[in-house]
Design a protein around this ligand. Sequence first.
Ligand SMILES: Cc1cc2nc3c(=O)[nH]c(=O)nc-3n(C[C@H](O)[C@H](O)[C@H](O)COP(=O)(O)OP(=O)(O)OC[C@H]3O[C@@H](n4cnc5c(N)ncnc54)[C@H](O)[C@@H]3O)c2cc1C
Length: 332
Amino acid sequence: MFKPLDIDKNTSAESANPVDSEKVKCLIVGSGPAGYTAAIYAARANLKPVLYEGLQPGGQLTTTTEVENFPGYPEGVTGPVLMEDLKKQAERFGTDIRWGLATKADFSGSVHKIWIDENKLIEAEVVIIATGATAKYLGLDDEKKYAGGGVSACATCDGFFYRGKDVAVVGGGDTAAEEAIYLAGLCRKVYLIVRRDELRASKVMAERVNKTRNIEVLWKHQTKGLFGDGVVEGAILVKNQGQPDEEEVKIKIDGFFLAIGHKPNSDIFKDYLETDQVGYIKTIPGTSKTKVPGVFACGDVQDSQYRQAVTAAGSGCMAAIDAERYLSEKNG
Ligand SMILES: Cc1cc2nc3c(=O)[nH]c(=O)nc-3n(C[C@H](O)[C@H](O)[C@H](O)COP(=O)(O)OP(=O)(O)OC[C@H]3O[C@@H](n4cnc5c(N)ncnc54)[C@H](O)[C@@H]3O)c2cc1C
């Protein structure tokens, strides 16, 4: 049976401090697959987790239709249904799920402080950061117009839907090279749209692109727009933009894949945690531990490699187990 959570409340009515404050054992920030999985494990371990959903309850998967690669759904599942299922499972064990955005962090003391919506202070014994990452887009109106209709920022997730078809990948780094090579194994033809006259990708990856027979690199091309009747049927590119020989080029494609990077949602934690150059939170390899004892990170906010729902969920499980072990060692 669901029981009210045993939370030590210290509201403004009782405190001289005008900021509403509350002490919790385990705070989870983020409601994607990582956050909800951490919540399921933390709740079942009696950590009484409080979870803040952020601006995108359910996370990135709520923006997609078919998810065919999450284990346990043989017929596939829509992103919103999968996330609703995970939420219900976290609630079933007593997770206190709340609307709110973490706006500030202070990990300098033994109790970790997170401010919600700038006006509520949560003091937590352990914090699990599961704030995800956001794919970068070019900023074209057509990317929104054809969202779910041929525009994707994840070849591993959506490539399967374009088997035997023609697609384009935008980007010149390692991720773009990887995505193009992955798609080349599924699609008839892959255009790699590169702004410059060389790839930023490593030499090895660049060579693999060059050797892949069905990848055509479009050097010094930029995307101007997409066209199609309801779904993507092609892209309008500009070659040699700003040069005397500038020209417009049209390609026929069924899928348009962005591979220009992701932005991990780690800004508010950066003063206290180590991140890489892009902003991914660094964890001790093989664990979810950050350099601050009692603060754990899971999911896409700490994963520049895999960025899948199932890997996010797996690392959410690790974070809850790491948090439980930390607390039992600390509290004896
Ligand atoms: C269109 C699309 C399709 C995809 N398709 C697939 C697929 O088919 N299969 C697959 O395996 N993967 C897919 N992915 C990738 C998958 O969605 C991600 O790998 C996964 O969602 C990462 O989970 P996460 O929990 O780390 O973070 P996210 O899902 O990004 O969730 C982050 C959560 O943190 C919250 N948050 C952020 N900042 C704050 C804050 N300051 N305070 C409080 N909360 C905050 C957000 O509101 C959100 O709830 C897809 C991604 C996209 C964008």
